[in-house]
Design a protein. Structure first.
Length: 542
């Protein structure tokens, strides 16, 4: 029996057979921690509102980890408790739940829903795997490459849910092929063992590649948008420049590529050719593509809109490397036009158009562009609101809001600054060692907690810590954000892991053994690549 289930939003939820007793125990533990932190004497130098915020944060953390109540419901706690405990006014808390970054996520996810609705992701995946070739290791690389590329633009959970059925279909084809070759007899134990090993590697490879590729763009995974929002909040008071979509990709794309390769190398250890499986070749994928037929008008429309949106995201601001301007960007000319033709405020002109503007504009077009194919009677346009209501993970939207409300309160109450001072002794470490420690800590912490919740909690602490240590906050915030997506050991670490575990091919022992080494590799890769790229791309001084 599989110990976890995946709900409609892709989150790992408790096994329905788990007892109410366990949930009640964790609820009482959370309440006890909350009450204890409220009742204890205020630590030296900590403002009183910060102590109350610490108590609420501990309450939410325990509930997030134990999942005693749905994570989305836990994310609503700031709306109820912050005003009552005089932490943050009600109006300010509510505004955190509808933010520019949240709208970017909503718009991007609507594009992902349209891609899935018209089967575009399946066509892209089959083409990629067919090009990579056959053989266990090449097939694994093909699936991981396709998954990583798709996950750059679609959430990790959605990508895994899209790709795993294709991988399981391939494994079923292998099994049917082997049974035919065996003249009706079952495959030999050696063949069965190798087929099971391939199934485990492909299942985990799809999950790991979705996490590896998801960090390459802002919309690839929710944690990236948490960073974007927290960084823009920070530079409002400390000064500095936003990290554009292009700059984020220039920093994180190499990390995504390297991590996909390293994960493939680890997973491919021990994979051997399967005797009698020669019938599953490139023709298998060609047959699947022929079954899909020629791309429909709707597929072309979604593809063109998606590519246009991605280009507008990437090239909105000038793309530079060091002192060299690679692409001038379309944002500055638009800003100049707004100022000259519409008499816009020059100080605010740069903030009028953002990536969220592009995402929502593209999402609106999905409801406008007509669908004239066989499903016209069902949808009428490329996307309909009923589908969005059913498929968009509203729980993650609330999780964003809860995390943002928490992060804002960390700053306004002074809790983040106080915690930063407590960690000041770390300043004696070399910067690259400090970054490595942060990456390791975040990687293994997110094995047990939500990636978004962990990032939203830690970034407001890391920013003042960096300022206290007189280093650029980007040196801690960006690597920590990337490392939050790289928990590979446990099914509960991230939804893609749980989805892969539910395939039936992956054992807990295998996932822990393989994931542990990829966790370590990830911390090293993120640290070293941050040292190599943050300077030339973002002007960060180590």
């Amino acid at each position: 029996m599989i110990p976890t289930q995946i709900n409609s939003s892709g989150w790992c939820v408790n096994d329905p057979t788990s007892s109410r007793w366990r949930q009640s125990v964790w609820l009482w533990v959370a309440l006890a921690v909350f009450a204890g932190l409220l009742a204890m004497p205020t630590p030296s130098g900590m403002p009183a509102p910060a102590q109350r915020l610490l108590a609420v944060t501990a309450l939410m953390t325990v509930l997030w980890v134990a999942q005693t109540i749905p994570m989305a419901v836990t994310s609503l706690i700031p709306i109820a408790l912050y005003p009552f405990l005089a932490i943050t006014p009600a109006e300010k808390v509510a505004k955190s739940y509808m933010d520019d970054s949240i709208l970017l996520y909503v718009g991007g996810f609507m594009l992902a829903i349209a891609i899935e609705r018209w089967g575009l992701h399946r066509r892209w995946a089959l083409h990629t795997v067919r090009v990579m070739g056959t053989g266990p290791k090449r097939l694994l690389l093909g699936f991981m490459t396709a998954t990583s590329l798709i996950s750059m633009w679609i959430s990790n959970t959605a990508t895994t849910l899209m790709m795993l059925p294709i991988g399981l279909a391939l494994l079923s084809a292998y099994e049917s092929c082997l049974e035919r070759d065996a003249n009706g007899d079952h495959p030999s134990p050696l063949t069965r063992e190798r087929l099971t090993a391939l199934g485990a590697a492909i299942s985990l490879g799809i999950a790991y590649a979705s996490s590896c590729g998801g960090i390459a763009t802002y919309v690839g995974t929710p944690t990236n948008l948490v960073f974007r929002r927290e960084w823009e909040k920070l530079i409002e008071t400390t000064g500095g420049d936003p990290v554009s979509s292009a700059e984020w990709m220039m920093c994180c794309m190499p990390i995504a590529v390297l991590m996909t390769i390293f994960a493939w190398l680890v997973l491919s250890i021990g994979l051997k050719p399967i005797p009698g499986a020669e019938c599953v070749d490139r023709g298998f994928f060609s047959d699947r593509l022929r079954e899909l037929g020629r791309p429909s008008r709707e597929e072309w429309s979604v593809a063109i809109l998606f590519i246009t949106t991605a280009c507008l995201w990437v090239f909105r601001v000038p793309m530079t490397f060091g002192q060299v301007v690679l692409v001038p960007g379309w944002g500055p000319p638009v800003t100049q036009w707004l100022v000259s033709q519409l008499r816009a405020d020059p100080v605010l002109a740069d903030k009028f158009v953002s990536d969220a503007t592009v995402a929502i504009a593209a999402a609106i077009l999905l409801f406008v562009i007509p669908a004239r194919g066989a499903r016209e009677a069902e949808v009428g346009a490329l996307l309909d609101w009923k589908t969005v209501e059913q498929r968009l993970p509203w729980g993650i939207v609330l999780l964003f809001g809860g995390g943002f409300a928490m992060a804002d309160a960390f700053g306004s109450t002074g809790l983040s600054k106080w915690l930063g001072f407590q960690l000041e002794p770390l300043g004696g470490l070399p910067t690259i060692v400090l970054v490595g420690i942060v990456c390791l800590m975040v990687t293994f912490l997110t094995e047990f907690t939500s990636n978004v919740a962990t990032t939203a909690t830690l970034l407001p602490i890391l920013a003042p810590l960096a300022i206290t240590l007189e280093i650029d906050p980007l040196l801690l915030m960006l690597p920590a954000t990337v490392a939050a997506s790289y928990g590979f050991m446990l099914p509960v670490g991230t939804p893609p892991n749980a989805i892969a575990f539910s395939s039936g091919y992956v054992t807990m022992r295998y996932m822990v053994r393989v994931g542990f080494w990829i966790n370590l590799i990830g911390a090293v890769v993120v640290t070293l690549m941050s040292a190599a790229l943050l300077g030339p791309v973002l002007g960060v001084k180590w």
